[in-house]
Design a protein around this ligand. Structure first.
Ligand code: SF4
Length: 338
């Protein structure tokens, strides 16, 4: 057999990883902002089926893979004995693999025994990506994340105690305008309690058809504007204090792609980047946002290019003439970047 199954998503940092699907879809599937597995049923794949996939992958890719990502949303629900077999199967077939990573729900981490988590770590599972999204109970409840702040902290701390490298995803804008300050403060303090190795930003986009879009249509969720989202990130970064962690901004949805560095050493530089953006004249901020939402990877200094400025101004003038609201347009453009 040379065919194998793969799931629909992986984190940006796993772009070059071998994708091994050990479960299908998401067991929770209720997060209001998430469009990924809606309407799909969760299932665990039998270990023998996954091992057959690994044989097919070995036949296709040889021993080239260096990193592996286990799909889909929560592979840690697999029985620990089966997961250990799969991890050992990966290591046996791909001896050059340096890192195996998986998504994990904090809830699952909190209910798995430390003994089982340590067994998985010893079998070669190196890194876990957890969707913290927010450390504020009010925000977690609003978006039906299915986990409390206390559980998020407990799950993250257990992953660290078991020896995993831990990456926590944070979603700027998730509290909307009403809960922005709380979201920034409580997310930062939750991370200070967890002490993850990585904090990854992935800015909210309200995707049509999701429960969050329905909340917005009813006026129960007021999205945060682009500039206010930068202010929220500034407040969040200040809240991290001296936490030692690596901040990553590796998703195109993030307005400031260069907001990455080692904390706390790079804290002043990163706060300076935020200050620089906020100090831009309003027209330059709009040009910058438009360029980013068009998919350009630029720094604010690049706006000095007269040809680029002219092009962006023509687009903005056309929108204005058509009576379009720039903020609504940016929000719509963000949905196409998911
Ligand atoms: S965000 Fe993650 S846990 Fe929530 S529904 Fe989507 S895949 Fe499932």
């Amino acid at each position: 057999m040379t065919s194998f199954e793969q799931g629909p998503i992986r984190p940006p940092s796993e772009a070059f990883s071998l994708l091994v699907r050990i479960s299908r879809n998401c067991p929770w599937n209720r997060c209001a902002f998430c469009p990924v597995y809606k309407g799909e049923k969760f299932s665990l794949r039998p270990a023998d089926e996954v091992l057959a996939d690994l044989d097919a992958m070995r036949a296709t890719f040889g021993d080239r893979p260096r990193t592996v990502f286990l799909q889909d949303a929560n592979p840690l629900l697999t029985r620990p004995d089966d997961l250990v077999r799969i991890l050992e199967g990966i290591r046996a077939r791909f001896p050059r693999v340096e890192r195996i990573t998986a998504y994990a729900r904090a809830h699952t981490l909190a209910i798995r025994s430390l003994t089982d988590l340590r067994r998985l770590r010893a079998a070669g599972l190196d890194r876990l990506h957890v969707g913290l999204e927010s450390g504020a109970d009010a925000v977690l409840k609003l978006v039906d994340k299915g986990v409390t702040r206390a559980r998020q902290i407990e799950g993250g701390q257990r992953a660290k105690a078991a020896g995993f490298e831990l990456s926590e995803y944070v979603m700027p804008g998730l509290g909307g305008a009403r809960l922005s300050d709380l979201h920034a403060d409580e997310t930062a303090s939750a991370l200070v309690a967890i002490r993850p190795d990585f904090v990854r930003l992935r800015t909210l986009a309200v995707i049509p058809g999701t429960p969050l879009a329905a909340l917005e249509a009813r006026g129960e969720f007021i999205p945060l504007g682009e500039v206010d989202t930068v202010c929220e990130i500034q407040r969040f970064l200040l809240g991290l204090g001296t936490l030692p962690t690596r901040l990553e901004s590796d998703h195109m949805l993030n307005l400031l792609g260069e907001l990455r560095g080692d904390l706390p050493a790079d804290r002043a530089r990163l706060l300076g980047l935020l200050d620089d953006f906020l100090a831009l004249p309003a027209d330059d901020r709009r040009r910058f946002i438009l360029a980013r939402r068009l998919g350009m990877r630029l720094r604010s200094g690049q706006l000095d290019d007269p040809a680029l400025r002219g092009e962006l101004d023509r687009v903005l003038a056309r929108l204005e003439a058509e009576g379009m609201d720039a903020e609504a347009l940016f929000a719509e453009m963000r949905t196409r970047m998911v």
